[in-house]
Design a protein around this ligand. Structure first.
Ligand code: AMP
Ligand code: MN
Ligand code: MN
Ligand code: MN
Length: 290
């Protein structure tokens, strides 16, 4: 069976590995098909693609777009996108500009709480100076001794009600899905189990996402506890959405390694069903089954 990981970050966003190093690590872990899905950024795709060719694995160009839906931040993964598509590229430029303005407000908020130099520290930790996120702040807070580890940094700072948290309006669900589909890509709702929604709101989000042309939801993700897999597999099926699998890998030692999550439940319809670039990989395997 193919090892397909459709959610990973490089240092073009808040991952720690360069796109080439991420691809090499995924290949070493036995990943056959890898999507690079940096937050609001496509700058890593060209080098990731070249590295994938050298490693003999298949790279899926992707992105993870930050969205505000009914006041809550939601992430939408775009797969098989065209990074050169003008509307998508321009939309992401706009989101990154908003991010940088947010980063300054986060730094100012931490300064008001007595923690100075956070913006500069986060900025210094970002390889891509257009993409400073909360993870860069969290790593700086840990390095400076304000938090014991990344989880603690997010528990005590950077989250609602804590220093370093500022409200921010990302793009709309409609824009994100529209840009992804406009560039020829497939839109997948990222880690649905992470949002603070009631069952009713979750159903409304899935309905809205589907109505806009969203194609799938992440069922198997590093963000879901194994006890949740069945629930999201069932919801995907009930709402006519396909299922995706991805680790949401960011860095060695921070969470799950590329490729190291379970396979999709057998009754799921995989989001990669029918993708032409996977046919040469699937054909010999299925032939071997019979
Ligand atoms: P941002 O898009 O800048 O708001 O940052 C979101 C990112 O922060 C996520 O993609 C994760 O990488 C990271 N993150 C959020 N919450 C946590 C957490 N509790 N522990 C570790 N990382 C987190
Ligand atoms: Mn992240
Ligand atoms: Mn996410
Ligand atoms: Mn992610």
């Amino acid at each position: 069976m193919l090892n397909i990981d459709l959610h990973c970050h490089s240092d073009a966003s808040d991952g720690m590995l360069s796109p080439a190093a991420l691809v090499a690590r995924a290949a070493a872990n036995g990943v056959d098909v890898l999507a690079l899905t940096d937050h609001d950024e496509i700058a890593g795709i060209a080098t990731a693609r070249a590295a994938a060719e050298a490693e003999g694995i298949t790279l899926i160009p992707g992105v993870e777009i930050s969205v505000t839906w009914e006041g809550v931040t939601v992430h939408v993964v775009g797969l098989r996108i065209d990074p050169a598509h003008p509307e998508l590229a321009a939309g992401l430029v706009g989101i990154r500009q908003g991010r940088m303005e947010r980063a300054r407000r986060m730094g100012a908020d931490l300064a008001r709480a007595g923690i100075a130099g956070a913006y500069e520290g986060a900025h210094a930790r970002a390889a891509n100076k257009e993409m400073v996120g909360r993870t860069h702040f969290a790593r700086w807070l840990v390095d400076e001794g304000h938090a014991g580890d990344l989880r603690a940094a997010f528990r005590h700072f950077l989250t609602r009600g804590n220093p370093g948290y500022v409200e921010h309006e990302w793009t709309s669900l409609e824009n994100a899905v529209g840009w992804i589909r406009g560039s020829g890509g497939t839109a997948v709702l990222a880690h649905p189990g992470r949002y603070p929604f009631t069952a009713r709101d979750t159903h409304r989000l899935l309905d809205a996402f589907r109505a806009l042309g969203g194609a799938g939801v992440e069922v198997i993700t590093g963000s879901h506890h194994p006890s949740e897999y069945g629930k999201w597999a069932d919801l995907a099926r009930a709402f006519g959405l396909k299922a995706s699998r991805g680790t949401d890998f960011h860095a060695p030692g921070e969470g799950i390694e590329p490729g190291r999550v379970p396979a999709l439940p057998h009754y799921c319809r995989p989001v990669w069903e029918g993708w032409p670039e996977l046919q040469p990989l699937l054909a010999p395997a299925s032939a071997a089954c019979f």
